[in-house]
Design a protein around this ligand. Structure first.
Ligand SMILES: Cc1cc2nc3c(=O)[nH]c(=O)nc-3n(C[C@H](O)[C@H](O)[C@H](O)COP(=O)(O)OP(=O)(O)OC[C@H]3O[C@@H](n4cnc5c(N)ncnc54)[C@H](O)[C@@H]3O)c2cc1C
Ligand code: FES
Length: 256
């Protein structure tokens, strides 16, 4: 996790991201979802995974290091009407925007459950759910937000399998009436979201996904981040997204 002080920070909403310069010699900034934002203290929290040069550099930053930040950028997740039940399905660092969303939805009285697939040690404290016994995220549990964790390798308190299998397991017992008032939200690796889109189709559920794309400008000018939509047109992930309706995206082109 990384906390940045961003003077003049505009209020950020879950699903928006920042474009962060990771070094003066690294030409392109890197996009990161906002895990949390505090307008009063002008801070933004990120949850990041080291995948290359830029994220490696981030691990070396000390207090006082200064670097350009662009954002918040992009369309956030939609807040559903009161009475909706929200299921948030995250893979790896895809938890960042969904954790932010879970806290926002719960604060607005929307019943929210977080399902998280994580193969490494979770970067947040977990504890056993006092009723169910399985592992839950402590910071969400403290706010009354149920969560469940999934991993492919056997781990105490975790569902063994993919988080999409966990989501299907969770959705299966729901009645048609309960499914009508349910909204899925997802962020994670593209094949995971593509598989979840199939589950959503099978259960007739609405949903939204925060898409991944390689970005250059981050403000809509270069058209380097486009994603193909089911209707055949291309949309820019940076400014038209990163959040799109699940049914809007051509998932066959993105990982099926
Ligand atoms: C909207 C959005 C939100 C994201 N949120 C997060 C987050 O919260 N936490 C997190 O750890 N990662 C997030 N990512 C992925 C993150 O941007 C990449 O992991 C990061 O850019 C890799 O940079 P690097 O220099 O370490 O890797 P390198 O592989 O060295 O990067 C080389 C180039 O490829 C681009 N690139 C590499 N991987 C990705 C990727 N998956 N998506 C987009 N561009 C990529 C980089 O921006 C850079 O221009 C997000 C991506 C997008 C599009
Ligand atoms: S990154 Fe340039 S248009 Fe999206």
């Amino acid at each position: 996790m990384l906390r940045l002080q961003v003077p003049g920070l505009a209020p950020a909403q879950p699903g928006q991201f920042i474009h962060l310069t990771c070094g003066p010699d690294l030409t392109l900034p890197r996009p990161f979802s906002i895990l949390d934002s505090d307008s009063a203290n002008q801070t933004i929290d990120l949850l990041y995974r080291v995948t290359g040069e830029g994220t490696q550099r981030m691990t070396t930053w000390q207090t006082g290091f200064v670097t350009p930040v662009l954002g918040p950028i992009g369309h956030p997740f939609t807040v559903p009407p009161t009475g909706t039940q929200a299921i948030l399905v995250a893979g790896g660092v895809g938890l960042a925007p969904l954790d932010f969303l879970a806290r926002q939805l719960a604060a607005q009285g929307i019943a929210t459950t977080v399902l998280w697939g994580i193969e490494t040690d979770p970067p947040f404290p977990v504890e056993p759910d006092p009723v169910q016994g399985w592992s839950v995220l402590s910071h969400l549990h403290a706010r009354g937000i149920p969560s469940r964790l999934a991993a492919m390798t056997p781990r105490v308190g975790f569902f063994q399998g993919t988080v999409v299998e966990l989501a299907a397991d969770h959705l299966q017992p729901l009645t048609a009436l309960e499914r009508k008032d349910l909204m899925l939200y997802t962020c994670g690796p593209t094949p995971m979201m593509a598989a979840l889109a199939l589950v959503a189709e099978r259960f007739g559920l609405r949903g939204e996904a925060s898409l991944e794309a390689r970005m250059a400008c981050g403000f809509g000018a270069c058209v380097g981040c486009v994603a193909l939509m089911a209707a055949g047109q291309y949309r820019r992930v940076c400014v038209d997204g990163p959040v799109f309706a699940l049914a809007e995206v051509d998932w066959r082109q993105r990982g099926l």
